[in-house]
Each structure stands twice: as C-alpha cells, then as structure tokens.
Write a protein that binds this ligand. Structure first.
Ligand SMILES: Nc1ncnc2c1ncn2[C@@H]1O[C@H](COP(=O)(O)OP(=O)(O)O)[C@@H](O)[C@H]1O
Ligand SMILES: [Mg+2]
Length: 242
C-alpha cells in the first residue's frame, strides 16, 4: 500500500486489550490519531498509558486491531512495526547516557541506509538548538528537558510516520514542561508529524493535542476534541485541579 493512504487514516486502534499474566490491564480501548495531528491519552498512575504504547508496538501480551495508514500492524513483530514507521520514546526517555548527543542521533538512524542521515541530524539541531550547542557532550550530562528533546530527535532519525511519546513531562519542572510542549507543538505544526502522547499532565498535554482521551483502569471513559475535554467538568475535577 502506498504512503498516500496514511494521509487519510493515520493510526486506528480498535478493541485493544493487554494483560500481564492473568491480570487484564487494557480492557478494549478504541482510539485514533489522524494523520498530521496530535492525540493525547490522559490517565493517572497505573491507568494503562505505558501499556497502551507497548501494545501498539507489540511489546506486551495484547490483542485487538491496530492499523497504520489502513495497514493492519497488530500481528507484526516490534522490529517490523518500527520499519512500518512507528517510533516509540519510552517512559524515562531511553537515550544512551554514555554516548554523545550526536552519536545518540546516529544510533536512531540505524534502520536507514540512505545518504541524508547527516542532513537530518542538522535538521533536528535546528529545531532543538540547545542540542547543537551540546553535540559533543555525553547524553547523560544533559538536563532532563534536554534529554527529552534528544530522545524525541533520536526517534525522529528513523523518519517515522507516527511518534509515540510516553510521559515526556515526567520528572521535569513546570516551566521546563511548558517550554518542551511548546517545542513539540511547533514540531507538529512545522513538520506535520503525527503524534500520540500519553500523559498525566493533562493541562499542558491538552494544549498540545487536537484530540484527547481519558483512560481509567484500562478503559476509555471520556474522549473528544482537546479544547472540549479541557472545559469538561469531569476532566477539570480529576486532572486539572479544579
Ligand atoms: N511488567 C508488568 N508486570 C505486571 N504488571 C504490570 C507491568 N507493567 C505494568 N503493570 C501494571 O499494569 C497497570 C498499568 O500500568 P502502566 O501501563 O505502566 O500504567 P501507566 O503508564 O498509566 O502508569 C498497573 O496496574 C501496573 O502495575
Ligand atoms: Mg507509564
């Protein structure tokens, strides 16, 4: 199937289930990310956010239908899903602390064989100038916010169609989160990158998103346009400290 089809349908997950041993953690989730848009899944600690991203990548015991650009990817192995264009920034970022910033980016390009890899390094350095300033520095010496920018840039080195971001705000100070999310919003607007973000930080995540979902104990309890969710009394009360 051609890439054009993705332009219409993005990511569609239907009846997504996952379990750890006998414990069912995702109980039939339905959600979508339209091509070029940002969807966010909000939920408290333990709600199933990380597992949802792992289920999309077939990194846990899951069932249901997941398609990318109309292509069923639910029965593919993780490596094949990456080749189909899914990039996953795990919770805790997953950069290589002992490698330089530049080398972290080059590692992110390992699935590619083209000659434009260095152009892409320069491109992410333009979008995240602080990384360019620190290109020779070890990733482990970056601040939390810088590491998150590096983790995203590294994931983008595979030229994904879809970026999965697991709690990018975790462990960061409020002002840093605000700056980071503004950068991610700009990234989406400038490149048309399709993103699925899972977050506890509802307020800022909803500002970044087009569509939002609320997950509680492995079930979606609310969904809708992000601006509508933001003014929803239930969301206000549970997540926005109203
Ligand atoms: N590897 C695992 N083995 C057993 N239970 C797990 C494992 N990972 C997560 N869980 C459980 O699954 C539920 C959902 O976890 P998770 O998806 O990590 O939630 P969130 O990312 O929203 O905090 C939690 O109850 C958690 O304790
Ligand atoms: Mg998590």
């Amino acid at each position: 199937m051609s890439d054009d089809v993705f332009d219409e349908v993005g990511l569609v997950a239907k009846n997504l289930h996952a379990s750890y041993g006998a414990v069912e953690v995702l109980r039939g989730l339905d959600f979508e990310v339209a091509q070029g848009k940002v969807s966010v899944i909000l939920g408290a600690n333990g709600a199933g956010k990380t597992t949802t991203l792992r289920a999309i990548c077939n990194m846990c015991n899951s069932s249901g239908d997941v398609s990318l650009g109309g292509v069923d990817i639910s029965r593919l192995g993780t490596a094949e899903i990456v080749r189909k264009g899914v990039a996953h920034v795990p919770q805790g970022r997953g950069t290589f602390p002992e490698l330089s910033v530049t080398d972290n980016l080059l590692v992110g390009a390992y699935v590619r064989k083209d000659k434009e890899i260095n152009d892409d390094v320069d491109r992410w350095f333009e979008i995240f100038p602080v990384l360019a300033e620190r290109r020779e520095q070890l990733a482990g010496s970056l601040s939390g916010g810088e590491q998150q920018m590096l983790a995203v840039s590294r994931a983008l080195m595979s030229r994904p169609k879809l970026l999965l971001l697991d709690e990018p705000s975790l462990g960061l100070a409020p002002l840093i989160i605000e700056d980071l999310f503004t950068r991610f919003t700009n990234l989406n607007k400038e490149t048309g990158l399709t993103m699925l973000v899972v977050e506890q930080n509802a307020n800022l995540a909803l500002d970044m998103a087009d569509v939002g979902y609320v997950i509680e104990s492995g079930e979606i309890t609310l969904s809708g346009p992000a601006d509508q969710l933001k003014s929803d009394p239930a969301v206000q009360e549970a997540y926005l400290g109203a």
